[in-house]
Design a protein around this ligand. Structure first.
Ligand code: G3P
Length: 217
């Protein structure tokens, strides 16, 4: 499973990248706003750190505007994935931009039908938002299962990039279902290492080791 970091915090990205935990990065207008930085400047810095796909999102609402913005964002680096929303205009932009050989990440996906359209439009990645479906008492993981089934039924190569990941269980469940990628905040990736019994066991080991009076170095 590929881990993308859903953040523009370059320090956090660098820390996890040094551990081999970063296969790509995703941003969106809200993440850019939170960063307080210029989209081109921060995206360029992220691309200098991470060799995998780095998603940068267009903000136009019409296909022509999305295409123009996408081409501009793609000039930042060779590993840019252009992010477009799952609207009819976004699908049109996806068809054109993917037809030019560019990576396209179709985002704000909330149904299997939307994901089917994105695959037919040539999307490199589809970003179904798990957490936001859960927020309204729908089943975000069920969407991942449905998309996985549909894509496997017809051999679509579009990669399922599970997004709106709120906790480590989302990552585990996406891995069981077979999502190709999860994009998660740095804190969620780090939380995957946490277990109370690991901490308890280590404390017991350390206490017993102290009783030996020994040192390794
Ligand atoms: O990549 C999409 C992600 O940033 C949305 O997450 O928690 O705002 O639903 P969230």
């Amino acid at each position: 499973m590929k881990f993308f970091i859903d953040s523009a915090d370059v320090d956090a990205i660098r820390e996890l990248n040094d551990l081999g935990m970063v296969d790509g990065v995703t941003t969106n207008p809200s993440i850019i706003m939170k960063s307080g930085r210029d989209i081109v400047e921060v995206t360029k810095e992220i691309c200098s750190i991470v060799s995998g796909p780095v998603s940068a999102e267009v903000v136009a609402s019409d296909a022509e505007g999305m295409i123009a913005e996408g081409r501009k964002l793609a000039e930042i680096a060779d590993n840019i994935a252009i992010k477009v929303p799952l609207t009819w205009a976004g699908l049109k932009a996806c068809k054109v931009l993917s037809g030019e050989g560019r990576m396209v990440n179709v985002t704000l996906c909330f149904s299997a039908n939307q994901a089917l359209l994105a695959a037919k439009a040539g999307a490199t990645f589809i970003s179904p938002f798990i957490g936001r479906l859960d927020d309204i008492n729908l089943d975000g993981l069920e969407l991942i299962e449905d998309i996985r089934t549909i894509y496997d039924n017809y051999g679509y190569e579009t990669q399922i990039l599970a997004a709106s990941i709120r906790n480590a269980n989302h990552v585990k469940d996406c891995a069981i279902i077979g999502a190709d990628v999860v994009t998660a905040p740095p804190a969620v990736i780090k939380a995957m290492a946490n277990h109370v019994l690991t901490d308890k066991g280590l404390d017991a080991f350390n206490a017993d080791w102290a009783k030996t009076g020994q040192k390794i170095l």
